[in-house]
Design a protein around this ligand. Structure first.
Ligand SMILES: [Zn+2]
Length: 169
């Protein structure tokens, strides 16, 4: 498993001098460290997870956003056992995003399994940009909308408005 910190650190839960100074310099974050240690633990139990590449992780208000290789995300979405293992390790406060995702893809990942039925950019008179999203099914999302807004703002600097509409596909 590849993580933002060395393998040894991830397995032992202690940072070597090199990784420690990268943390202090802000090259990696506390979220990277926490997630690397947790994922390394899971990698020892599961061979598929052991092949994952954790590119980065962000800790935002105790929610952990994992940036993984695209194929890793595909596997997580299709393998309930792996999904459950990861969710359990992160106390259910975990989100999966494809590394290198565009803003749109980032939001699609955050909203998964809901589909975005419409996405609009709205420019405000002050030059700020709002991203307006309409999703068709609100049942699962209502409680998550605020979290998604907050995470999108902090990681991608996207000011997002999520609205619930009828399925117009
Ligand atoms: Zn290290």
């Amino acid at each position: 498993m590849k993580t933002p910190i060395c393998n040894f650190d991830a397995k032992t839960g202690t940072l070597c001098n090199k990784c420690d100074s990268r943390l202090k310099l802000g090259h990696i974050t506390d979220g990277d460290v926490q997630a690397s240690i947790k994922m390394a633990k899971l990698a020892q139990k599961n061979q598929d997870i052991d092949k994952f590449t954790l590119v980065a992780a962000h800790n935002i208000d105790d929610e952990i956003i994992l940036f993984l290789k695209n194929s890793d995300i595909t596997l997580i979405r299709s393998d309930q056992k792996i999904l459950d293992l990861i969710k359990k390790e992160f106390d259910n406060k975990v989100w999966f995003v494809e590394s290198g995702a565009s803003d749109k893809r980032f939001l699609e990942n955050m909203l998964f399994p809901l589909k975005i039925s419409l996405m609009n950019m709205v420019w405000l008179p002050d030059g700020n940009k709002l991203t307006k999203i309409i999703v068709s099914n609100q049942s699962k999302l209502e409680l998550q909308a605020k979290k998604i807004q907050n995470i999108a703002k902090k990681i991608k600097n996207i000011e997002v408005i999520i609205e619930f509409g009828d399925n117009n596909s």
